[in-house]
Design a binder for this molecule. Structure first.
Ligand code: MOS
Length: 756
């Protein structure tokens, strides 16, 4: 099935938050963010703003009727600052005015005096100072200390990854309409409608049933709207609550970049031990996560870092420790991969460094240590592995030996351009690591004309989940997709939703749709069986026709009408909870994932050795889809994820100065991949695997895993730099910007290189 949104998307007719027709009397909000990153508020002067033209009211924390608290995992985050500010951009006050321009103009008139406090931006410094949002966590398998003593090679090092701006095309925003008797109708660009509802209920002191959150679609989320869509919706609601008028706030791009959190930067130490056969015997890592000024989702992200420490390798002795370091930056948050990519960069860096010191190719180590079925992850789960088939398939279909020979030839005959390649295997666990979140619900109605409407807790954000939901219903009922319609995601239709996140949305909600449709189908069949005096097992629906013992007896429409006339229920609400998964957070052992997704990327890059610029020639992928239920949608996810991962690893560079001020706060200073930075060749092989798994229709999750293929780009570029200057001391610090490439090319610590 084609993406059901493609028709309206290509005509510009799809409705996003900013396209919703405004109700008469709508007001506009704008937030005043702290101009400094840390300090005590001495004085806040709102007088000029309050009397400015068009301003209706200025709000502070004193106007909050419930709790001034929006912390998701731990309660450490205020909606509006009280006595202290903890990051530059932290909301202090909100202006509500008759126009957006008037609101912004009044925000500029707010004066604040702040007594400065020390500003910490570096996670290692925060850890030294004991500034941790949650206690450190350690995962262990085997015994690393004794294992290292048996290793022939022990290599240590540091690996660093920077943050990443989500840069959803649609910025954060919300529009709240007050209805009768305190009921608030909330349009929110959120991945987590229930998170908005729950936190709004705490802040306003309202029961959750007073708050109806409705989401048609997002113009991108990527994790940035899992928790951080919430404050903007509450700001609108707070004003609507007091003023009894509709309130809208759709952030300017630069406000969004300054005030919201990003992917957590990490600085990590690694130690890897190998025996003479290049088997990895032991691995240790310490991860210093820059969580920003509040915990937000960082503790959960940190946990996923620990889960993905080994990437797709089996290592018998592992000890990893992760620190959630509190700094004076905006609270960092979920971003596609959720801490997994950060961990995977570290082990890849460890392997590359080991290979350099030992004098072998990284892929010699990578291939030897790939996970096999039955291998144990450090957290106790046993692998059902496709790591080896993905790797071997890629060697086979992409003629790796020829690639290597061509690159060697190219590098031998070119001085000013060098090529490099890398292998990047991936392994990503599917499920929320917090077991309780792995539940979903769906509501299905069949109308008397035979048309069907499906509601779920899934949020469409460009990933095609709504298309997949309709495919599930169409398959179960065996009816044409033109009969199906998906409803907006609404907390009155579907309650207590988990956010659309963790790559698990299609699985969880799809399973709920499947159960709802199957339940109705059973009722329909029983009705027919009664009518035709046979067993329900003799009845089927195939391609819009009711079949009894091999014979067409009536079309779908007629069946539905008959059922209605005979008072058979044509609606169902179903619940799904992933079976088998569990995790013990004290022992740090369990079976947290429904399954894993595997894949291998081969990346080839060319570096211009005068300019430090580069191009990605090709990324050749073998991806384990299980059995893809929608190859067009899934291919789109793979390509988009890959390019987003390449952006993180190459050009996207978030810069905060020592004062905690964002210096890359606009699209003039923060570069993201455009059409010209897409690899010239992206080859994708769909590896069909038929292991039993808990994916919907065995079509494995595809949201986050492909981002991690982008990590290969870092190492391909690094290898090209090394081809030019073999003694370059270029380390493991992403992103690999052209500036960094240039410095690596002409690194003169060792000047024996004849190219320089
Ligand atoms: Mo996603 S990073 O799990 O919102």
């Amino acid at each position: 099935m084609k993406n059901i949104d493609s028709y309206t998307h290509t005509r510009g007719e799809s409705i996003y938050l900013d396209d919703i027709p405004l109700v008469q009397g709508t007001l506009y909000a704008a937030v005043f963010g702290s101009p400094v990153a840390h300090g005590k508020i001495k004085n806040l002067d709102l007088s000029a703003a309050q009397s400015a033209q068009g301003v209706v009211r200025v709000f502070t924390h004193k106007d909050i009727p419930g709790q001034n608290q929006i912390g998701g995992i731990i309660h450490d985050e205020k909606l509006l600052a009280e006595d202290e500010v903890h990051y530059n951009g932290m909301p202090v006050a909100m202006v509500v005015a008759e126009s957006q321009e008037a609101a912004y103009a009044a925000v500029k008139m707010i004066k604040i005096e702040i007594d400065p406090l020390p500003i910490v931006t570096d996670p290692r410094e925060a850890q030294q100072l004991g500034l941790l949002s949650v206690p450190a966590r350690t995962f262990k398998l085997g015994e690393t200390a004794s294992a290292f003593s048996f290793c022939k090679y022990v290599i240590e090092g540091i690996a660093e990854t920077n943050g990443q701006e989500h840069l959803y095309i649609e910025t954060q925003g919300a529009y709240v309409l007050p209805k009768e008797n305190g009921h608030l109708f909330v349009y929110s660009s959120t991945q987590g409608p229930t998170a908005v509802q729950r936190h709004m209920s705490h802040v306003l002191g309202l029961p959750m049933h007073q708050i109806e959150v409705d989401v048609t679609r997002l113009g991108g989320g990527f994790g940035g709207k899992e928790d951080q869509a919430t404050p903007w919706a509450i700001f609108c609601a707070l004003a609507a609550f007091h003023l009894k008028r509709p309130v809208k706030y759709s952030l300017h791009r630069m406000e969004d970049m300054r005030m919201t959190g990003k992917r957590n930067p990490y600085s990590s130490d690694f130690k890897i031990g190998l025996n003479e056969d290049l088997m990895i015997v032991a691995y240790e890592a310490d991860y210093y996560q820059n969580s920003g000024a509040a915990a937000d989702l960082s503790p959960a992200i940190l946990e996923r870092t620990l889960f993905h420490s080994n990437n797709s390798y089996f290592i018998p002795n592992v000890r990893t420790t992760a620190y959630c370091c509190k700094t004076n930056l905006p609270p960092n948050t979920a971003f596609r991969g959720f801490g997994g990519p950060q961990a995977m960069f570290v082990i890849e860096a460890a392997i590359v460094k080991a290979a350099e010191i030992i004098g072998v190719s990284p892929e010699a180590i990578q291939k030897k240590n790939l996970l096999k079925t039955g291998d144990e992850f450090p957290y106790g789960q046993k692998a059902q592995s496709e790591a080896v088939p993905c790797w071997e398939k890629s060697e086979d279909i992409y003629e790796v030996e020829k690639i290597k020979k061509d690159i060697a030839l190219f590098n031998a005959s070119n001085i000013l351009f060098k090529k490099g390649y890398s292998y990047m295997p991936i392994c990503f666990g599917i499920s929320f690591t917090k077991t309780l979140m792995n539940q979903a619900r769906a509501l299905v109605h069949i109308y008397t004309d035979g048309s069907v409407v499906v509601s779920t807790g899934a949020v469409e954000m460009g990933q095609g989940v709504n298309t997949k939901m309709l495919q599930v219903a169409a398959a179960v009922f065996s009816i044409d997709s033109s009969r199906l319609k998906i409803n907006s995601t609404n907390t009155y239709r579907i309650a207590n939703t988990s956010p659309s996140a963790a790559s698990a949305t299609a699985d969880l909600n799809g399973m709920a749709v499947k159960i709802a449709c199957e339940t109705i189908l059973e009722r329909l069949k029983e009705f027919v069986a009664n009518d035709f005096k046979c067993n329900a097992a003799d009845v089927s629906i195939e391609k819009e026709n009711v079949i009894v013992r091999g014979e067409k007896v009536m079309p779908w429409n007629e069946l539905i009408t008959k059922c209605y006339v005979n008072r058979v229920s044509l609606s169902e609400h179903a619940h799904y909870a992933t079976p088998e998964i569990h995790f013990d957070g004290v022992k740090e052992k369990g079976h947290p994932f429904a399954y894993h997704v595997y894949g291998t990327a081969i990346t080839i890059a060319t570096v211009d050795c005068i300019r430090g610029t580069y191009e990605i020639d090709a990324v050749k992928l073998v991806h384990d889809f299980g059995s893809s239920m929608n190859p067009i949608v899934d291919k789109g996810q793979i390509e988009g994820g890959l390019v987003q991962g390449i952006g993180w690893m190459t050009m996207e560079e978030i810069i905060y100065d020592k004062e905690g001020k964002l210096r890359s706060g606009a699209l003039s200073t923060y570069k993201v991949p455009d059409i010209y930075s897409v690899p010239k060749d992206i080859s994708l092989h769909f590896l069909e695997t038929n292991n039993d798994n808990l994916a919907i229709f065995r079509s494995k999750a595809v949201g986050e895993p492909p981002l991690m293929y982008g990590i290969g780009t870092y190492f391909a570029l690094r290898n090209a730099v090394k081809a030019f200057n073999p003694e370059s001391t270029i380390g493991f610090s992403a992103p690999m910007t052209p500036e960094k490439v240039l410095m690596g090319l002409y690194d003169r610590n060792n000047v024996s290189n004849k190219n320089i």
